[in-house]
Design a protein. Structure first.
Lengths: 463, 223
């Protein structure tokens, strides 16, 4: 049968059997709306969680944590955790699909911080401050305004004995056992967007502090604070004298550690050597591997395992699995609706085919093949599915907009609260229509087969 | 054109079998106008359905247009019906949701490569005197008018053979007469091959040949 003839038949049916077809199309619309709504919700939440909160295209690898140092460890006194050498970094960089491998060096000593008067009105302190160092070149492409993210001792000032010998905001960088130090600009510090979000949405409201938010660069950049090295609430460093240095917020960076501050690598090296010995300064404590997709991350994980490295945190994968699971569950609900509407279609078409036995027989007598009749019924069902599916898509989109609107107004701010909880990629629209047509056609499958088997002689005999 | 030998058609299940046709030999040559006569229940409609390839559940041999009907697949047989055989049913079988012209054009839906048949449909409607009713639904037509629409539909694709089941059976005498005239014209002027089941004496007289069926058998040989 020509396509034109098929569409003529279907158009006539949509006109003459509108009532029954609209009813069965309604179920398809509801099913499609539910399916697309849930999928879009899952995709949207997934995009926020895995894109910003727990990126799935990057992973931090580190040596296994030492639970029990063992007898040998005790005897030899191996001290801090073994580091990651330059060789491992180069190895990982060779893995196909890996875009970058950024080594990081964590503070190997306790520290705390105090400051923030400029934005909070009074100084705020943290009794425990985590920090790490990265190669400043990694932040190339990110702009921190006027403050350079580099080791201040690249351009050391005059010799000094204490902070009094330096002009503010400089301080005297004088290691524990050195006779003299050098005046140094405050150490530039990067913070993560994650930290800012947590602060703004959880900490600030709880303590009556103003949020920093997106204006951090404008308002908090340049905020200086005192960084106490070698000492915190939890204890003191093994070696070195605790001292206080000055630090200054340079900006927000994607490369910054999630919870803590990130400094130029050479600064952390120096301090680690001072407070934890050479072993803590010569290697890296972890590497962040960025890859083009999750499968490349898988390869990097394997390579890392061979090098004796483990992922620092498996939240990304856990979250991914969780979201996928929830999405699958919700989609299942939607699929059930579609199946129910398919059986509704099946019933409608069974009645339709019985009512039209004589008509089908006539068409058969004037030249239609059984396959033509089957194509007619399947095409009609698919058309009902497409129309119902299109309506479902419109409903899903409208519900999503409504949900976002309500969420924006009624939900309190929380970290990473997105402007929209939904994602509607083009393939989702296509998939919605495709499923609608498919389920409708599946429902009509048996009636269509019956239509193809109508015996012209039997149906035309009698009246 | 048609060659049937030993046609048998059984109805019912194994316990209660009845033969609607019981060893019928029958042939039609091009240009024939065969009238099939016989009492009610003698198997006339059954015979017509088998000859037209609508009913394939029979015993015996049947050749149509030179090919053994049993050898044709569903699609091939359907195409053969569409292109070469026209049916005129006792009960018209017009589609009530379509206009007169769309009813006449119904066979064109399944006519691959037959071109646009709209002009021919209009010409046929003109011929049966219904061109001014082309946009009306068939439910607004009288019995005779409906029969003429179904005749136009049967002729749309210029069939080689037209099979009619009591084309005048439901009509009053005068209307029936006009239909008979139409058949005679078609047969004489267009050299149409016709097989018509009928009770109508006039129609039987217009035929070149008559065949009588009785209880599923040809009665008294062909006349
Ligand atoms: N679908 C069927 N199932 C069972 N028996 C049938 C069926 N169709 C026809 N018959 C039987 O076959 C026989 C022939 O029927 P057919 O319809 O061919 O008769 P007919 O000659 O056309 O009669 P009429 O002049 O009344 O139309 C009858 O005895 C009838 O009961
Ligand atoms: Mg009959």
């Amino acid at each position: 049968m020509r396509l034109g003839a098929l569409s003529t038949l279907i158009r006539r049916d949509l006109r003459r059997t509108r009532g029954a077809l609209v009813t069965s199309g309604f179920g398809i619309a509801a099913g499609t709306a539910a399916l697309v709504f849930f999928l879009a919700l899952g995709l949207g939440v997934r995009a926020v969680l895995l894109g910003e909160v727990f990126p799935i295209d990057q992973i931090e690898l580190e040596p296994p944590k030492q639970g029990d140092p063992g007898l040998l460890g005790l005897l030899v006194g191996s001290g801090g955790p073994p580091g990651i050498g330059e060789g491992s970094v180069r190895d990982l960089a060779m893995v196909p699909g890996v875009l970058s491998v950024d080594p990081r060096l964590r503070f190997a000593f306790p520290s705390s911080g105090r400051g923030g008067k400029e934005i909070f009105g009074h100084d705020v302190g943290t009794s425990e401050l985590l920090g790490d160092g990265i190669e400043p070149s990694l932040t190339r492409g990110e702009s921190f305004g006027s403050i350079a993210f580099e080791d201040p001792l690249t351009h050391p000032g005059a010799a000094c004995a204490d902070d009094g010998g330096c002009a503010a905001p400089q301080y005297c960088e004088r290691p524990s056992d050195a006779a003299a130090g050098a005046c140094s600009d405050p150490v530039p510090v990067l913070v993560s967007r994650y930290l800012v979000e947590i602060f703004d949405k959880s900490i600030a409201p709880a303590h009556g502090l103003p949020p920093i938010g997106e204006t951090l660069v404008g308002r908090a950049q340049g905020v200086t604070f005192a960084l106490r090295l070698g000492e915190s609430l939890l204890g003191r460093a093994k070696s070195g004298e605790p001292r206080t240095v000055r630090a200054r917020v340079a900006g927000v960076s994607r490369r910054a550690v999630d919870l803590g501050i990130t400094l130029p690598l050479s600064v952390v090296r120096r301090w680690n050597r001072e407070y934890a010995g050479a072993g803590a300064a010569d290697s890296f404590s972890s590497v962040v591997v960025r890859a083009k997709d999750a499968s490349a991350i898988g390869l990097a994980l394997e390579r890392g395992k061979a090098l004796g490295l483990e992922p620092h945190d498996t939240r990304a994968r856990d979250v991914s699995v969780l979201i996928t699971g929830v999405m699958a569950l919700l989609s299942l609900v939607a699929a059930v609706i579609l199946v129910v509407s398919a059986s509704n279609i099946a019933y409608t078409f069974r009645v339709l085919v019985s009512e039209r036995r004589a008509e089908i027989a006539l068409y058969r007598a004037v030249g239609a093949t059984g396959a033509d009749m089957r194509a007619w019924m399947l095409g009609l069902a698919a058309a009902v599915g497409l129309v119902g599916g299109a309506a479902g898509l419109v409903i899903a989109r409208a519900l999503a907009l409504l949900t976002d609107e309500i969420a924006a107004r009624k939900l309190p701010d929380f970290p990473f609260k997105p402007a929209s909880f939904f994602a509607f990629p083009p393939w989702l629209w296509a998939a919605g229509l495709g499923f609608a047509a498919l389920f409708a056609a599946l429902g009509a499958f048996r009636p269509a087969r019956r239509a193809s088997r109508v015996e012209p002689a039997a149906a035309l005999s009698g009246s | 054109m048609i060659r049937a030998t030993g046609l048998r058609k059984l109805y019912g299940d194994a316990r209660a079998r009845r033969a609607a046709l019981d060893g019928v030999d029958f042939s039609v040559e091009p240009g024939d106008f065969v009238a099939v006569l016989g009492p009610s229940g003698s198997g006339k409609s059954t015979l017509l359905a088998i000859l037209g390839g609508l009913d394939r559940d029979y015993e015996g041999r049947l050749e149509i247009f030179g090919s053994e009907l049993r050898g044709l697949g569903d699609a091939a047989l359907a195409r053969l019906r569409g292109a070469r055989i026209g049916f005129i049913f006792q009960a018209f079988h017009l589609l009530s949701h379509l206009s007169v012209i769309d009813n006449v054009l119904a066979p064109s839906l399944f006519a691959e490569g037959a071109g646009d048949l709209r002009l021919r449909a209009l010409a046929l409607l003109d011929r049966v005197g219904l061109v001014d009713r082309r946009d009306d639904p068939p439910t607004e037509l009288s019995g005779g008018q409906r029969q003429r629409v179904s005749i136009a539909r049967a002729l749309l694709r210029k069939p080689d053979l037209v099979l009619c089941d009591e084309p005048t059976g439901n009509l009053d005498a005068e209307t029936g007469e006009r239909i008979v005239d139409l058949f005679r014209e078609l047969h004489v002027e267009e050299k149409l091959t016709l097989v018509a089941v009928t009770h109508e004496e006039r129609l039987a007289r217009a035929a070149t040949r008559t065949v009588r069926l009785r209880a599923g058998k040809i009665d008294g040989g062909e006349a």
